[in-house]
Design a binder for this molecule. Sequence first.
Ligand code: NDP
Length: 326
Amino acid sequence: DQQPVTVTVTGAAGQIGYALLFRIASGAMLGEDVPIRLRLLEVPAAVRAAEGTALELADCAFGPLVSVDVTDRPAEAFDGADVALLVGSRPRTAGMERSDLLEANAGIFGPQGRAINDHAASGVRVLVVGNPANTNALIAATSAPDVPRERFTAMTRLDHNRAVAQLAARLGCRASDVDGVSIWGNHSATQYPDVTHATAGGQPVPTLVEQDWLESEFIPRVARRGAEIIDVRGASSAASAASAAVDHVRDWVHGTPGRWTSAGVASDGSYGVPEGLVSSFPVRSEDGRFSIVQGLDIPAFSRARIDASVAELEAERDAVRGLGLL
Ligand code: NDP
């Protein structure tokens, strides 16, 4: 019999957590034949709400779900964790300076990184969802010197999925017919959704859509889709963010044969992105590892946009360093 896999979710009582936990427990992330132990981490004020979610998880009688534990202690939550989904973070509130936001999140992701370093399973895989996700992942990774950098990733899969969905709608094809889309840079409004190398039904996307549509509709729509959801739904995206987190971890563990996707990963200097920054790249997953798709031609239009988003990541890193937190 297969050993249970321990999956830790932080911010478990939040709205993404509520959409995410049921998908994980049903087997959508790791497979229906893989037993799962869930560990839910919350701040003390939200532990009881997380316990309520745990009751509902039990009531689903999911086949893969072995146990659910709720705690407000990182050391306990990450004990033996094979997969850690860091969803809880300090949201930006009115009047908050960017440095306040980075500092508050460093206060969350620093200790969580240390707890992962000290208590998680040796093969732990970490996905940071809580914003600012790329820099939070950098902080957590820096706080976990014994864990290889490549195990700390940030989620840009929702941006990737949004780009694929917009293309499929424009071209009247299915999302699964689209491949080769790349999200570059930061998970923020500066991100660059790139279709230069994308195909739809095997046809190059740049021959199927107008450059004008790409520049004036596609790129801004993908980058600002979060705001559009808030405007229409009256609340931020949750189920789509949870679904993207499931996709990210599933592809990381099970691979992306013949395709690629996007993820925030520690840069190795590829495409001129400074080494160590957690930046989104086109990636493949093979043998349980993400690798950056190499050798892509980067036209000037793309270069300028990638550089702008990477500059924002450098500014966030420098601000965190300036606060003495890195
Ligand atoms: P959500 O569950 O809606 O969001 C959680 C985080 O995901 C936010 O940082 C949010 O960023 C981010 N996020 C990333 N991508 C997306 C996306 N595409 N759409 C929407 N959100 C995205 O937040 P809630 O406030 O409902 O819940 C957060 C929970 O986390 C609370 O229960 C809180 O108690 C908990 N928490 C737990 C901590 C811990 O376990 N130690 C620490 C801090 C908080 P953005 O804010 O930019 O939308």
